[in-house]
Design a protein around this ligand. Sequence first.
Ligand SMILES: Cc1cc2nc3c(=O)[nH]c(=O)nc-3n(C[C@H](O)[C@H](O)[C@H](O)COP(=O)(O)OP(=O)(O)OC[C@H]3O[C@@H](n4cnc5c(N)ncnc54)[C@H](O)[C@@H]3O)c2cc1C
Length: 458
Amino acid sequence: MVSEQGQSTKNVCVIGAGPSGLVAARELRKEGHTAVVLEQNHDIGGQWLYEPNVEKEDPLGKNKFLDVHSSVYDSLRIVSPREIMGFTDFPFVSKKNRDTRRFPGHKELWLYLKDFCEYFGLKEMIRFNTRVEYVGMLDYGVFGKDLKWVVKSKEKKGEKRVEEVFDAVIVATGHYSQPRLPSIKGMDAWKRKQIHSHVYRVPEPFRNEVVVIVGNSLSGQDISMEIVKVAKEVYLSAKSLEVITEGLSKVISKHRNLHLYPQIQSLHEDGRVEFEDGSCVIADTIIYCTGYSYAFPFLDTKGIVGVDDNRVGPLFEHTFPPSLAPFLSFIGIPRKLIGFPFFESQAKWIAQVLSGKRELPSYDDMMLSIKEFYRSRELAGIPVSDTHDIANFEYCDKYADYSESPHLEEWRKQLCLSAIVNSFTNLETYRDSWDDGDDELLQQALQSPHFTQLGVQP
Ligand SMILES: Cc1cc2nc3c(=O)[nH]c(=O)nc-3n(C[C@H](O)[C@H](O)[C@H](O)COP(=O)(O)OP(=O)(O)OC[C@H]3O[C@@H](n4cnc5c(N)ncnc54)[C@H](O)[C@@H]3O)c2cc1C
């Protein structure tokens, strides 16, 4: 189809109504496309739609399609100040009678997304309780020519199935749901409780227990800090004992029953957990805070796009598989970037490429760029499994350039860095005690056009 402005408009299916899918819907509509968002849950929000009932979920998340999407636990508060989180034209301001903290709890972010959805009238574009079970190619032409997509979905609780055809599909299904588990000798034989942090919600079930927590990244630290208040003993098993932050060291020295241990060597039927240094404890529960895997159980690209050692590829700029571009794309694959504004730039870029406003490089150039990226990561000693870990603001700016959008504001970058540094030194308190030096940054933020001139106030 061609719009009145002479642009090509497409019939697009967006999978997922989390932050990425919502902003994709908005940008597609802005660009003149027809879009439908298919969402398996009863409401918007993705990870931020808290689900306290996890009883039906496999505790280690081994099922192909998970029952529960959100991995958010009850006490979770965001890790960066709210000022940097919002979409570029919709600031995440604090509202009366809501959680006004600078690092609010998860519900506040969900409410922000609800406000976003309502303000931009996105709800009518979303079909809820609809799980996508299959996405495949109808006609596979050369370099995407004449390519169409078949999308098969099923009512989550009913039996109704729908099959539809789209010009393009955008995958916005997130990647913090499918547990990533280590391979430990004796894991299957260990008969006590083993769960992944995906199903951790509250500390109470672990009262008076001896708990081993595997992994000391964000979730491992957060969960240790709250379980230690009710458990008998907590053993935090870290990959490396050398790279422990000052903040975590302070927490460990404060709690008599929190101990830092090396990696687990083996698990034994009698409940013993043996660590790499030869020490042993008898534990009641093991909680794996070992991260998540990229998984697209619905996607059939005849082997063109795959996940190998947690690398999704080949994807040009983590977004377009060259031979299917622009008719298949992914939003939100990179990790460790300032999320929402980044999803927004990606969504703008995809919508504009689909309408023909922007051009992608040739297939050969995209493939070359991917190979060069892989090579540079290899030379830097970055493991394949960390392919999408991009802790680099320039990356956000690059995506903004692709859609000719403004770069991330300097105050956003500085506030983000400042929060990271604070969390390294004051893990338990950084969300509530903001350094004086940061107040200045904050003033810059609040006086920036993002907060003052855009006129869009939630
Ligand atoms: C514990 C935890 C803490 C976090 N803390 C922060 C933080 O402080 N700050 C931050 O910026 N980010 C944080 N994140 C990252 C968070 O994932 C992102 O903020 C954001 O939610 C990603 O948005 P998304 O839309 O890409 O994916 P998601 O939010 O995961 O949304 C994906 C959507 O796709 C839907 N879906 C999946 N499969 C299907 C299917 N087959 N059919 C139909 N629908 C489907 C899901 O139901 C969901 O609604 C955290 C994540 C976790 C797990």
